[in-house]
Design a protein around this ligand. Structure first.
Ligand SMILES: Nc1nc2c(c(=O)[nH]1)N[C@H]1C(S)=C(S)[C@@H](COP(=O)(O)OP(=O)(O)OC[C@H]3O[C@@H](n4cnc5c(N)ncnc54)[C@H](O)[C@@H]3O)O[C@H]1N2
Ligand code: MOO
Length: 394
């Protein structure tokens, strides 16, 4: 029997073979969740002018405390006015430019305005610079505001918008085909015969990929039929960037996936990983990356989190490291196989699930991903650190 590939070797083989996504230009309002490939620079100083931070009056700090004539109203969205008399003031609105000749804003709560005269509360102390957000005090024009490799979330897009970056260079979202297999597998809405089961993998895989913005998934289900499998594989390899398959990769009489891929796509980089669950996992690099996941629900989620999602991130250029977290209690160790145990994260610790077997999909409830527990013949002390691979945003 062929020796099993270790999880570390398997992920390295995937990493080395995964191509980088192409770079595409995209409109700002279509770029949420995308991976930025070119920097976004500040096109002007931030803030671009001395900005009033309060509604109130703008004065010169050397003014006397008497009644200050209100010369005009400085609104936001209007060019800066000029204070003509240092013992006068202008009303000023938040977001307006500071009028020329003023160096201080007094909030309206500390001012009484009557008959065109403003009076500052007697006990209120003011000084030059108060409530003025100085031009360029945050960033200078030309500063790099967003680095390549940034994932474009709400804050990043707000910055791009304020720099006028209305088109962004991002990684092209891969077109992912998902082929699920099995005569016994029917759509969730269908009424099952006693020997059938409802398909749970498509929605799980699609949700995990979608929530990370990692790809656009189309799905086909095929029966355990050699011709149909062959046709579906040819179609996917000709049209998709990445192919994911579930089921049909172990040793059953109707497990056509591996032999057909060997014929159509060439030899697998590996088929069989020293892990539980997910031992029959296979990966092919040509003509596109092909992930053949073992069909059991826990194997699918484990291989998805441990290999597929990190590979998609790498393809897009998302280079986040793996998190190491302590276990809530000593781990059940296996002498030969790495365990990929589903677990949930709470208070910075991993709480492993205890499934009955790799078909026990209800054990996944509340879990955020898988913990990788390497093989060992000794016990793990409490609080030992283990790598955690999420399938959900945590
Ligand atoms: N003689 C051997 N038998 C098996 C081995 C082995 O090494 N020697 N490996 C076992 C392991 S480990 C696993 S995992 C499974 C993987 O088998 P397949 O990849 O061929 O998967 P299937 O047999 O097609 O399905 C397994 C299980 O999952 C259910 N399934 C499949 N698709 C879906 C879906 N879309 N939604 C929900 N559930 C699905 C399917 O009904 C089966 O119950 O093989 C062991 N056998
Ligand atoms: O991958 Mo299988 O799930 O180890 O039973």
């Amino acid at each position: 029997m062929k020796p099993l590939t270790t999880p570390a070797d398997a992920s390295q083989l995937i990493e080395f073979s995964i191509p980088a996504a192409a770079e595409v230009t995209i409109e700002l309002d279509k770029s949420f969740g995308k991976l930025l490939r070119r920097p976004v620079l500040a096109d002007r100083n931030i803030p671009p002018f001395d900005r009033a931070m309060m509604d109130g009056i703008a004065i010169h700090s050397s003014t006397n405390r008497g009644a200050l004539a209100v010369e005009a109203v400085q609104a936001a969205g209007s060019p800066a006015l000029t204070l003509l008399d240092t013992n006068a003031c202008l009303e000023v609105m938040t977001g307006a430019p500071i009028p020329v000749g003023c160096d201080c804003v007094v909030p309206i709560e500390e001012v009484t305005i009557e008959n065109g005269q403003a009076k500052i509360s007697e006990k209120y102390a003011y000084a030059a610079g108060d409530f003025i957000h100085r031009e360029a005090s945050d960033h200078l024009a030309g500063d790099t505001m967003l680095e390549p490799g940034s994932v474009l979330g709400a804050a990043e897009l707000a910055i791009a918008a304020s720099c006028g970056a209305c088109q962004l260079q991002v990684s092209r979202t891969p077109q992912i085909h998902l082929i699920t297999t099995g005569d016994e597998v029917i759509p969730p809405a269908a009424t099952p015969e006693p020997f059938q089961i409802r398909s749970s993998h498509p929605i799980a895989i699609l949700s995990a990929i979608d929530s990370g913005g990692l790809g656009s998934v189309t799905h086909t289900h095929i029966a355990d039929d050699e011709m149909a499998t062959r046709e579906a594989l040819h179609h996917s390899l000709a049209t998709a960037d990445i192919l994911i398959l579930t089921g049909g990769v172990s040793k059953g009489k109707f497990d056509y996936i591996a032999p057909l891929l060997n014929e159509i796509a060439g030899t697998a980089l590996f088929h069989g990983v020293s892990q539980r669950p997910g031992k029959p996992f296979a990966y092919f690099e040509k003509p596109i990356p092909i992930f053949a996941l073992p069909g059991n629900p826990l194997s699918v989620m484990a291989c998805l989190a441990r290999y597929v999602l990190p590979a998609l991130k790498l393809h897009l250029g998302i280079l986040k490291g793996v998190k190491s977290l302590p276990l809530s209690s000593p781990a059940p160790l296996h002498p030969k196989l790495t365990q990929l145990l589903a677990g949930r994260i709470e208070d910075g610790k991993i709480y492993p699930s205890s499934p009955n077997n790799s078909g026990d999909y209800a054990a996944l409830l509340g879990c955020h991903g898988v913990i990788e527990i390497p093989p060992s013949t000794t016990t793990s002390p409490a609080n030992s650190l283990y790598n955690f691979y999420p399938w959900a945003q945590i």
